[in-house]
Write a protein that binds this ligand. Structure first.
Ligand SMILES: Cc1cc2nc3c(=O)[nH]c(=O)nc-3n(C[C@H](O)[C@H](O)[C@H](O)COP(=O)(O)O)c2cc1C
Length: 206
């Protein structure tokens, strides 16, 4: 029994496209249940409306459920997606993470299998720093970080090659994710689901 939550923030659809790919991949990988969940928007409506691509994406994803700490408790595997914001995860995702104090204090996040992906405008815009910043939280949780590494041929594609987590380069365009990056998310998700299943079997046998 493997429950997978894909929890993401996206302004203009790049991370949303990757999150959808992750959710599809989790189902394909044999997860029992999969939830695709966005985190709450924190930006004022005026800011969202000032950018047509942002407003369009917000409207198009209005029916995506918002993540709660109950989803984290439910999940065995959590894939986190965030665009890079000045080399860091988006505040919206960080705000959600900062609601997990209760679960953390009860040890309820220990052994969650986690992995994360990002999108930047430029190739050197801070993909690794974003993913490493998320990992800081996962260490505190006692979660099991499952990076893609170079554990599959797809990772050797020059468009990927990010062992920290799938990372797309949008060039500032909305929903502009290369197929190679979607393939990387798919592999990363499959690996996380397989490791979670193996961990579960191992823990049950001890
Ligand atoms: C406030 C802000 C900060 C950003 N900081 C970076 C950055 O440090 N490096 C980068 O390459 N892109 C940066 N970007 C661009 C986004 O990360 C990039 O466009 C991403 O693909 C957007 O993903 P989304 O479509 O899912 O929102 C920034 C965008 C905004 C609005």
């Amino acid at each position: 029994m493997t429950n997978v939550a894909v929890i993401y923030y996206s302004s203009t659809g790049n991370i949303h496209a990757m999150a959808e790919a992750a959710a599809r991949a989790a189902e394909k990988a044999g997860a029992d249940q999969v939830r695709l969940l966005k985190v709450a928007e924190l930006a004022p409506a005026a800011a969202v409306e000032s950018n047509p691509a942002w407003a369009e994406h917000a409207a198009a994803t209005a029916d995506v459920a918002e993540a709660s700490t109950a989803d984290l408790e439910w999940a065995d595997v959590v894939l986190f997606g965030t665009p890079t914001r000045f080399g860091l995860p988006a505040a919206q995702l960080k705000q959600f993470i900062d609601t997990t104090g209760g679960l953390w204090s009860q040890g309820r996040l220990v052994n969650k299998v986690v992995s994360s992906f990002t999108s930047t405008a430029t190739g050197h815009g801070g993909q690794e720093s974003t993913l490493l910043a998320l990992n800081n939280t996962f260490y505190h949780w006692g979660a099991i970080i499952v990076p893609p590494g170079f554990a599959d041929p797809v990772q050797f594609d020059p468009a990927n090659g990010n062992p920290y987590g799938a990372s797309s380069v949008s060039g500032y365009a909305p929903r502009n994710v290369a197929d190679a990056n979607l393939a990387a998310v798919e592999f990363q998700t499959r690996r996380a689901v397989e490791i979670a299943a193996a961990l579960r079997r191992g823990l049950l046998n001890t």
